[in-house]
Design a protein around this ligand. Structure first.
Ligand code: LLP
Length: 437
C-alpha cells in the first residue's frame, strides 16, 4: 500500500486497520462501514503540532474543520489532543460541545449564519466569529447587544488568489461567495470598531481545499499580513491571524508536500510577529485515516464494461459522483492470496442507486468476485459527512480501530429511523369531521 496509508497494512494477505482485520470488522459490524484508525488520526494531528511547535512567538491553535468528519468520537479524540474547532453551523457547534470540545477554542465560519446560530454561539462563549459580510457584522452586533454580550469577531477576507484546485472547492477568488473583498475589509474593520457590541480579535482567510501547491496560500498570507499592518497603523490591533485550512492529501499519485514544506514559507512570513496563528485543517487530519469498507453484491460482465455492484453507493461516498474524485479501491484479500484463482478484469465499481452517476471508481483492474470485500481508501474526509439517505438507504456504520480494539462509533442507521419524523395524511374520517365543525 502507498505511504499515504501506513496504518492500513496487509497481514497474511488480509488488509488490517492497525491490528484489526477488515474481515473481522465486516463480520462484526456489517457493510458498508466507515473504518477509521485512531493512530492515523493522532499521527496527523501530532504532525501539525510538531511543525508548529516553537515556530512562532505564540503557540498556534489548530482548529479542526468539523465538516470534514463530525463523528463525536473523532471530535472527542481531537479535543483530547488539545485541538480547537472550525464550525460552520449550529449543528456542528452542538456536536463539538457534546464531544467535549472547548468553546473557547471554536471559530465559527460560514456565509449565512442565522440569528439562532449566532445566539447559540454567543451563549456558548466561542473564541471568534469569522464574519463574511457587512450585513452579518451588523447582525452579530445587534444580537450581542440583546444578550448583553460582546461578540469576538474576525473578518474573513477574500484575498483573490487562485488556489488551483477543483472549481467547486476553491473559495478565495473574487467570483466566490465567500468572505469580504480586500477593498471592503478596511472600511468594514472601521465600522466594526464603532459597533458597541463587537470586539475585534483577528482576521481570517481560507482560499480552497485539496491544495497541493503552497504558493497560493503563501501569497494569500502575504496579502493578509499587509492588511494586518495597515489596520495596526490605524490603531486596530489584531490578536490572531487565521489562515484557514485546505492542505491536500494523496488520493492517487499526487505530489503532496509534507506539512513541514507546505507551512514553511507561511511560518517564515509570520516569524517574529506577535499575533497568534490559527489554522483550520480538515481533510489533511482525517482523509487518509479512514476507509469505506464495502462488499461486492453482484458482478455483471458485459460486452463493453464489467460492473461490480457493491453495497456502498453515492449516498455513502458522494465525492466520485460530485467531483469525479478518485479514491483508490483495493481488495481486502490481496491478489496474492492462494485461494484466489480469479482473473484480473477492468471493473466499474458502482453502487445500487438508480443513477448513472452512482459510481465509486471507474476502470479499475481488480481480481474480484461476488461477496468479496473492497476497501475504498482516503474516505475519512467528506465521506460520512456528505452522505445522504437517497433511495431510502440507511447511513453506514462507523468504526474506530485503536490497536487491537475496535469501537462502534456510529450504529448503522435503522430503516425505521429514516421515516420516524414523517406522518401520514389525516384519515378521510378525520377530514370529514374537521369539515363538519
Ligand atoms: N475552513 C473553511 C472556512 C472551509 O470552508 C474549509 C473547507 C476548511 C476550513 C477545511 O478545508 P480542508 O482542510 O478540509 O481542505 N467536500 C469537498 C471539500 C469542501 C471543503 C469546504 N471547505 C471535498 O469532498 O473535496
Amino acid at each position: 500500500m502507498s505511504q499515504a496509508h501506513p496504518f492500513f497494512i496487509y497481514r497474511n494477505d488480509i488488509m488490517h486497520v492497525e491490528a484489526v482485520s477488515l474481515t473481522e470488522i465486516a463480520a462484526t459490524y456489517g457493510t458498508p462501514c466507515y473504518v477509521y484508525s485512531h493512530a492515523a488520526l493522532t499521527a496527523a494531528y501530532d504532525n501539525y503540532r510538531r511543525v508548529l511547535q516553537g515556530a512562532l512567538n505564540q503557540a498556534a491553535l489548530i482548529c479542526y474543520a468539523v465538516k470534514a468528519n463530525s463523528n463525536l468520537a473523532i471530535l472527542n479524540l481531537f479535543a483530547r489532543l488539545g485541538a480547537g474547532f472550525d464550525i460552520v453551523s449550529g449543528g456542528e457547534l452542538s456536536r463539538v460541545l457534546a464531544a467535549g470540545g472547548d468553546p473557547a477554542k471554536i471559530v465559527f465560519s460560514g456565509v449565512g449564519k442565522s440569528s439562532a446560530e449566532i445566539t447559540q454561539a454567543l451563549q456558548a462563549g466561542i473564541h471568534c466569529f469569522n464574519v463574511e459580510s457587512a450585513s452579518e457584522l451588523e447582525r452579530i452586533d445587534r444580537i450581542a447587544g440583546q444578550l448583553g454580550l460582546k461578540a469576538p469577531i474576525s473578518l474573513r477576507v477574500n484575498p483573490d488568489v487562485d488556489p488551483k484546485t477543483h472549481p467547486y472547492i476553491s473559495t478565495g477568488l473574487k467570483s466566490n461567495k465567500f468572505g469580504v473583498s480586500f477593498e471592503e475589509a478596511l472600511p468594514l474593520y472601521r465600522r466594526a470598531r464603532q459597533l458597541p457590541h463587537l470586539s475585534i480579535r483577528g482576521i481570517d482567510c481560507h482560499i480552497g481545499s485539496q491544495l497541493l501547491d503552497p504558493s497560493p496560500a503563501t501569497e494569500a498570507a502575504e496579502k493578509i499580513l499587509g492588511l494586518v499592518d495597515m489596520l495596526a497603523a490605524e490603531g486596530i490591533v489584531l490578536e490572531h491571524i487565521d489562515l484557514g485550512g485546505g492542505m491536500g492529501i494523496r488520493y492517487r499519485d499526487e505530489d503532496v508536500p509534507s506539512v513541514d514544506d507546505y507551512l514553511a514559507p507561511i511560518l517564515a512570513l509570520l516569524k517574529g510577529r506577535r499575533e497568534k496563528l490559527i489554522i483550520e485543517p480538515g481533510r489533511s487530519l482525517v482523509g487518509n485515516a479512514g476507509l469505506l469498507l464495502s462488499r461486492v453484491e453482484i458482478t455483471k460482465q458485459g460486452s463493453e464494461k464489467n460492473f461490480a455492484v457493491v453495497d456502498a453507493a453515492m449516498n455513502d461516498l458522494m465525492r466520485p459522483a460530485l467531483y469525479d474524485a478518485w479514491h483508490d479501491i483495493v481488495p481486502v484479500h490481496s491478489h496474492s492470496a492462494p485461494s484466489k484463482n480469479v482473473d484480473t478484469l477492468v471493473w466499474e465499481i458502482v453502487g445500487p442507486i438508480c443513477e448513472t452517476g452512482d459510481f465509486l471508481g471507474r476502470q479499475r483492474p481488480l481480481a474480484l468476485q461476488e461477496n468479496d470485500l473492497l476497501a475504498i481508501l482516503s474516505a475519512g474526509a467528506y465521506g460520512m459527512t456528505m452522505s445522504s439517505n437517497y433511495n431510502s438507504r440507511p447511513r453506514a456504520a462507523e468504526v474506530m480501530v485503536d490497536g487491537h480494539r475496535s469501537h462502534l462509533i456510529r450504529q448503522r442507521e435503522q430503516i425505521s429511523a429514516l421515516y420516524a419524523g414523517e406522518s401520514l395524511l389525516p384519515s378521510a374520517e378525520a377530514e370529514a369531521k374537521d369539515a363538519a365543525q
